[in-house]
Design a protein around this ligand. Structure first.
Ligand code: ZN
Length: 306
């Protein structure tokens, strides 16, 4: 049920993804109504239902009957499936960790909702950049810069909220007050544990962005671009440690396989560039959905090696 709700939200976000990707490639304003690219007729609200409008209009403009690109349908469906899967996964793990939604505290529920919105936002930005990088080998500043800012501020706010809540929670009871400074170091220790992942996220952003920047300098701008630096920083902040590293490894791994396959198929020759952004997006999505399983598997692998 939550999966279907996520799918419906996802197809609406999918049409937003397509619009933002197109508009950032054509340097158009993000604001303003959508219109038919051929007859310039402003689209009505009933022309803008994701998937449904496309199917009902049989892929043609209502006003001039010009064919509408199938890309709209594909992007809406793919983002729908991704957000649907995210909702299904998140709500299943919520239900298995607590017996029912009634039992969960307001605090935990708020953190859960934040996490869900944070991951949804991540998927939307990744989808936009996937399209722009594949089409034009471009990661638009108009998307990636605000995305880095929003991601960082969201993490800062939620971290401050968690620390504040811990203090408020302890201050409510006489026993709790004993754990606050100056009586005890308990509060500081636990506050540090909450702040640590946030600092690691910032560090991951700096390290991965810096790593790509280093690659650009070494290769003199062949292969990587400034967009990859910003995308790498964004992924580092959003996934944190160690997930961001897994995404990076997966990106290089899938990118290398794809590159070799293209050379074997004779579509490209060695040294020709292919955009790296789509592989970073792919690696990030795999990590977002299965990162914990990959970490478990990796740790288990370690125990077999004496
Ligand atoms: Zn038209």
């Amino acid at each position: 049920m939550w999966g279907s709700a996520g799918f419906l939200i996802g197809i609406v976000l999918g049409s937003l993804v397509k619009a933002l990707a197109d508009r950032s490639l054509s340097n158009k304003s993000f604001w303003g109504r959508s219109y038919c690219l051929r007859c310039r007729h402003t689209l009505a609200v009933y022309d803008l239902f994701p998937i449904l409008s496309y199917v009902l209009l049989r892929g043609k403009c209502r006003y001039c009957k010009n064919r509408i690109s199938i890309e709209y349908l594909i992007v809406e469906a793919v983002v729908g499936v991704l957000i649907g899967f995210l909702f299904w996964q998140e709500f299943s793990s919520l239900q298995s960790s607590v017996f029912s939604l009634q039992l969960i505290s307001n605090f935990k529920f708020l953190i859960f909702i934040f996490d869900l919105l944070f991951k949804t936002f991540f998927i939307v930005i990744l989808a936009i950049l996937f399209i722009t990088d594949i089409k034009r080998m471009l990661i638009p500043d108009r998307i990636i810069k605000p995305a880095i800012l929003i991601g960082t501020i969201s993490l800062l706010v939620i971290t401050a909220y968690k620390v504040g809540y811990l203090y408020y929670y302890l201050a409510q009871t006489p026993i709790g007050r004993q754990l606050l400074p100056p009586s005890s170091g308990y509060f500081q220790r636990h506050a540090l544990m909450v702040v640590q992942p946030f600092l690691l996220s910032l560090l991951m952003g700096l390290l991965i962005g810096g790593f790509f920047w280093g690659l650009i300098i070494i290769t003199r701008g062949k292969g990587m671009g400034g967009g990859d630096v910003k995308l790498g920083a964004f992924i580092g902040i959003m996934l944190g440690f160690p997930q961001a590293l897994i995404a990076l490894v997966l990106a290089f791994f899938t990118g290398a396989i794809f590159g070799v396959a293209l050379i074997i198929a004779g579509k490209k020759h060695f040294g020709q560039t292919i955009p790296f952004g789509p592989f970073l997006v792919l690696g990030s999505l795999i990590t977002l959905f299965w990162g914990n399983q990959i970490i478990d598997w990796y740790l288990k692998l370690g125990t077999f090696i004496p």
